[in-house]
Write a protein that binds this ligand. Structure first.
Ligand code: GLA
Length: 690
């Protein structure tokens, strides 16, 4: 179980380094990420290297028994580089060429940048690939940088040729007959740039896919170079989520040896635990059961215009929640709070106040807990979920576009609402990735991590340590009883067939509006919505009725919705809930279709909290899926991993949690007689009997 975080010794004089290692040992830190932004220190001038300081840092850490995730510093090229290669600076959609002065200021398609990145990665590989402190390579930082320059345009065209073959196919796929956009030469095609009115949605989506692949190409170059120096060292990069990030992590996941994720819940008060569970469950899906929290904030987080301190206990509670949901540790940004620089007030394990501080004291306690639990938890299967939610980055990107029927469409919010509803009901969920870019073949051969022997990767070929499973995104639906499909806008026939087979075999499927609408290239599937899933759902939607988000829509049974309504015609499905008023009064709102041994539900409106809860808990019960723990008090999160039950009390008062029999506290060994008290804001790990 890893515990530690980003360590930036280049920001500090060497006297501080000795104190760092002593404090790390006191806290039980066993892994630090070194060198993420150290390029200008490692290569002060082109081709001139200074590794002496890094040698001393790594040796000192090794002497202290602390291992290193050694980063390649390529997210932040030094000033000398950008002055020598101005063409490698990124250009915005408005045509502004940025200059250095921050980070992530490069064009990933610029040959000079790519060459410089390969070179510094190669130098680090040559020097440190067999250093005893090296635990893994941490390539780059949070891939996602965007550029729209002429070189990017050329790379985009090359990518488009691969994807579409010829211009006729591209013109067809992009519907360029609309607004006279027909291309007669590849050279006419541009990345999406500032233009007069709405851009072409297919062009915008293809550009985001291109960028994901282009960044992946840059990652692979470094990875392969590093691998050449020592094939046994795992290699990763830290994934970051965000609507602006054009990286399809489900596609990237098989390219890293362990999925590493940065996560900064931006809810200062209640609700951060729901964000944490969501991010962790999603990361576990990418990672095929196991992943690593590479960064989170130890204390103050910036949200709604100010920094908020975490109350005592939150660092521990949330860190253990990531671990319960499959993270192989808890790492933070950052070890020591800097004296200057752009993030000078960002929180750290060692804050400006020094180690005599609440955050460092809490970290010491957390380190102890992780040491006590680590070996056992690391060997356990992931949480055993029988419910899956679909996640599809291209659908998210397509639904961020202009020209959609409502400005309130929000893919992320829709997926999070489903996850939150199941979380609050105490139902464990996985994520699966059956979207347009993952074909049925990759779904069926991926295999669920829980079906693999613990700690053994599915297709491990690089001689990695057996305790770091190879990541593998996918989604074999056969182990699930219920699959929820929110806003899966893009869907091809192969993925639709996966759902059909799942239901035919007895699965329960709940599909929301805005699913199955378009082909992967954004062309609409004709004949009525939800195109690709119409037959399976036994409905045909002939009209959308987008609504204002703040006006309730009455439904039968006293339920409410808002924001969206549709005219649904049933074609085999039974109507379970109807619209209650307005021009759709009496028309179907929620339907169920029996198909084979299972059932397929269609939800044509945006259900508010209670309505969605009642629907999902009803279908879960029909599917035979039970909550993780019976009698779980409100505000308590329960995660089960084999014999261990993780309990988190996110509420303001201590609670007594009933246990199924005599158990023990997995950290202290204390015996627990059929119940355990969890203090407000606290976490307890229980070893269950038998
Ligand atoms: C990201 C980066 C870090 C730091 C943090 C701040 O995750 O990787 O370098 O900027 O955000 O929260």
């Amino acid at each position: 179980m890893f515990f530690g975080g980003d360590y930036n010794p280049e920001q500090w004089p060497e006297e501080v380094h000795a104190e760092d290692v002593a404090l790390m040992r006191r806290a039980g830190v066993n892994l630090v990420t070194v060198g993420v932004f150290a390029w200008s220190h490692l290569e002060p001038a082109e081709g001139e290297y200074d590794f002496a300081w890094l040698d001393r840092v790594l040796d000192r850490l090794h002497d202290g028994g602390i291992r290193v995730a050694l980063a390649t510093p390529t997210a932040s090229p030094p000033p000398w580089f950008t002055l020598a290669h101005p063409e490698a600076l990124p250009v915005t959609a408005d045509g502004v060429r940025l200059t250095h002065g921050s980070r992530d200021t490069y064009c990933v398609s610029a040959p000079a940048y790519r060459a410089a990145a390969r070179r510094i990665a190669g130098e680090l590989g040559r020097r440190y690939a067999r250093h005893p402190a090296l635990a893994m390579w941490h390539v780059h930082n949070e891939y996602g940088t965007d550029c729209r320059c002429d070189r990017t345009a050329a790379a985009f065209r090359a990518w488009l040729r691969e994807r579409h073959g010829d211009l006729d196919a591209l013109n067809e796929s992009w519907t360029t007959a609309f607004w006279s956009q027909r291309y007669s030469d590849w050279a006419q095609i541009m990345p999406p740039r500032a233009t007069q009115y709405l851009p072409n949605p297919a062009q915008v989506l293809d550009f985001r896919r291109f960028l994901s692949d282009e960044l992946l190409g840059a990652y692979r170059e470094q990875r392969d170079r590093l691998r050449g120096f020592n094939p046994d060292v795992p290699i990763t990069t830290n994934f970051v989520q965000g609507g602006w990030v054009s990286v399809d992590h489900a596609r990237w996941a098989s390219e890293v040896d362990v999925v590493a994720v940065d996560h900064y819940p931006d809810t200062a008060d209640g609700g951060a635990e729901e964000e944490t569970a969501f991010a962790a469950d999603l990361a576990r899906g990418w990672g095929g059961g196991s992943w690593l929290l590479m960064e989170t904030a130890p204390n103050l987080i910036y949200t709604r215009g100010r920094m908020h301190a975490k109350e005592p206990g939150r660092l521990t509670r949330h860190s253990l929640a990531y671990v319960a949901r499959g993270s192989r540790g808890a790492l933070y940004f950052q070890w020591r709070q800097p004296r200057g620089g752009a993030e000078l007030f960002h929180s750290a394990l060692v804050p400006h106040a020094g180690p005599d501080s609440p955050v460092f004291r809490e970290a010491v306690g957390l380190g102890r807990t992780l040491r006590a639990l680590g070996p056992e938890v690391a060997a356990l299967d992931p949480p055993d979920a029988r419910i899956a939610i679909t996640w599809d980055a291209p659908s998210w990107w397509a639904l961020q576009g202009a020209g959609l029927p409502s400005a309130d469409i929000d893919y992320l919010a829709a997926v999070r609402q489903v996850h939150r509803t199941l979380f609050r009901a105490g139902l464990q969920t996985d994520f699966v990735f059956p979207g347009a870019d993952l074909r049925a073949a990759s779904l069926s051969d991926a295999g669920h991590p829980a079906d693999r022997p613990a700690g053994r990767p599915a297709d491990h070929s690089s001689g990695l340590p057996a305790d770091l499973p190879v990541s593998r995104a996918g989604g074999d639906l056969s182990r699930y009883r219920l699959v929820v499909v929110p806003h899966l806008y893009l869907l091809d026939d192969a993925a639709a067939a996966v759902f059909r087979d799942f239901v035919a075999a007895g699965g329960h499927l709940v599909v929301s509006y805005l699913s199955g609408i378009a082909e992967p290239d954004t062309r609409i599937r004709l004949g009525g919505y939800p195109g690709a899933l119409r037959d399976l759902l036994g409905v045909r939607v002939v009209e959308w009725h987008p609504q204002p988000p703040d006006v309730p829509i009455a439904l039968s049974g006293g339920y409410l919705a808002s924001g969206w309504a549709e005219r649904v015609e049933t074609a085999g499905a039974e109507t379970v809930v109807r619209y209650g008023s307005g021009i759709l009064a009496g028309a179907p709102a929620i339907t169920r279709n029996r198909h084979g041994a299972g059932s397929a539900w269609y939800v044509s409106t945006a259900l508010t909290g209670d309505a969605l809860r009642d629907l999902l808990t009803r279908v879960a019960a029909e599917a035979g899926v039970a909550p993780v723990l019976d009698g779980r008090p409100d505000g308590v999160e329960a995660v089960r991993r084999g014999p261990l039950l993780f309990l988190f009390n996110h509420g303001p008062a201590a609670v007594v949690v009933p246990l199924p029999g005599t158990a023990s506290d997995a950290v202290t060994g204390r015996e627990l007689d059929r119940s355990v008290t969890v203090r407000d804001g606290g976490a307890v790990v229980v070893r269950l009997p038998g």
